[in-house]
Design a protein around this ligand. Structure first.
Ligand SMILES: C=C(O[C@@H]1C=C(C(=O)O)C=C[C@H]1O)C(=O)O
Length: 283
C-alpha cells in the first residue's frame, strides 16, 4: 500500500472516529430533549420557536471554517424538527397553490423529513386546521395588500386561543441557497404565544378609518413609541381598513404602547398583536 493511500486511510479512520462521536452526541441530545419533554408534560408545549431560533443564532455566530452555513442550519433544523415530534404528535399543515411545491419544500427544510405534512390549497384552511388543533403548526404565505384571501384577518379577532405567527421562514435568508430570483418566504402559525429571543419582529394589526396615509399610520406608531419596519399589508373593506404592521423588537400583547396607539388622536380604532418571530439569520 503506497504512503499516500496509507495516510488517506488514516484520515478516513479519523473521520469514522468523529462520526461516532457526532452520532453518540446526537443520541445524547435526544435523551436530554426527552427529559425536557417529561418536565414540560402533561400540558407543556413541545414547540419553542424562540428557543430554536436562539440555538441556531448561537451556532451561526460561533461558526468557523468552510462548512457552509446553509448546511449547518439545515442539519440543526432537521435535528430540532425531529425532536419536537418526539415530545408530542406533530403535524404540519402547509399552504401550497396548485402550481409548484415551494412551500412544501420550505416546510420540509424547516421541520425536517420525519413528521407528516397536510397540504392545502388555501392559507385560510391551514389557519383553521391549526385553530382546530388538527395540525400542530401551519405554513402560510407572507401577506400582501392584494391577497385574494387575507388569512391574517382571522387572527385579529378578540377570540381566545387563536393561532399566532411564531416564526418566519427560512430561518437563514435563502437568497443564495435556492437560486430563486425572489426567495420564497413564509410565516409559521401555531396556537401558542411568540417568544422574545433578543432579535425579533412583532406583527401588529390595526384598524383605521379609510384613506389613512402610510405616513400618517407610521406617525401614529412613532407617537406611541414604536418604530415601523414594514407596512406588510392593508385590507380595505367598507368603512374599515385593516393594516398589518411589522414592528422591530418584541412587543407583548399587553404592551402599554399598544393602548397608547389607540388613545392617540390618530384614527387607530383597534389593535391586536397577531404574532412575532426571530429575525432571520444573515447568510
Ligand atoms: C428541547 C426543547 O423542545 C424543542 C426542541 C428543541 C431542540 O431540539 O433544541 C428546542 C426547542 C423546542 O422546540 C425545549 O423546549 O427546549
Amino acid at each position: 500500500m503506497s504512503t499516500d493511500s496509507a495516510s488517506l486511510d488514516r484520515v478516513r479512520r479519523e473521520i469514522d472516529r468523529i462520526d461516532d462521536k457526532i452520532h453518540d452526541l446526537l443520541m445524547e441530545r435526544a435523551g436530554l430533549v426527552e427529559k425536557i419533554a417529561k418536565a414540560k408534560a402533561p400540558d407543556g408545549v413541545a414547540l419553542r420557536p424562540g428557543r430554536e431560533a436562539q440555538v441556531l443564532r448561537r451556532l451561526v455566530e460561533r461558526h468557523k471554517g468552510s462548512f457552509p452555513k446553509q448546511a449547518l442550519v439545515r442539519i440543526w433544523r432537521e435535528i430540532m424538527g425531529a425532536l419536537v415530534g418526539l415530545q408530542q404528535p406533530f403535524v404540519i399543515a402547509v399552504y401550497q397553490p396548485e402550481r409548484g411545491a415551494g412551500y412544501i419544500e420550505l416546510a420540509r427544510n424547516h421541520f425536517g423529513v420525519v413528521w407528516p405534512q397536510i397540504v392545502h390549497l388555501t392559507p385560510g384552511h391551514v389557519v383553521r386546521m391549526v385553530a382546530d388543533a388538527q395540525a400542530s403548526v401551519g405554513l402560510v404565505p407572507i401577506p400582501g395588500s392584494h391577497d385574494v384571501e387575507p388569512w391574517w384577518l382571522a387572527l385579529t379577532s378578540d377570540a381566545g386561543n387563536l393561532p399566532r405567527v411564531v416564526a418566519r421562514l427560512p430561518a437563514l435568508a435563502d437568497s443564495v441557497a435556492s437560486g430563486r430570483a425572489e426567495p420564497l418566504e413564509a410565516f409559521v402559525v401555531a396556537c401558542r404565544e411568540p417568544e422574545a429571543t433578543g432579535d425579533d419582529f412583532t406583527l401588529v394589526a390595526v384598524e383605521t378609518a379609510p384613506d389613512i396615509s402610510r405616513d400618517r399610520l407610521r406617525a401614529a406608531f412613532t407617537a406611541a413609541g414604536m418604530d415601523v419596519a414594514n407596512l406588510v399589508a392593508t385590507h380595505r373593506s367598507d368603512g374599515v381598513w385593516r393594516h398589518l404592521v411589522e414592528v422591530p423588537g418584541y412587543v407583548a400583547a399587553d404592551d402599554s404602547r399598544l393602548a397608547d396607539l389607540v388613545q392617540t388622536r390618530d384614527p387607530v380604532a383597534h389593535v391586536r398583536v397577531i404574532g412575532g418571530y426571530a429575525a432571520p439569520l444573515p447568510v
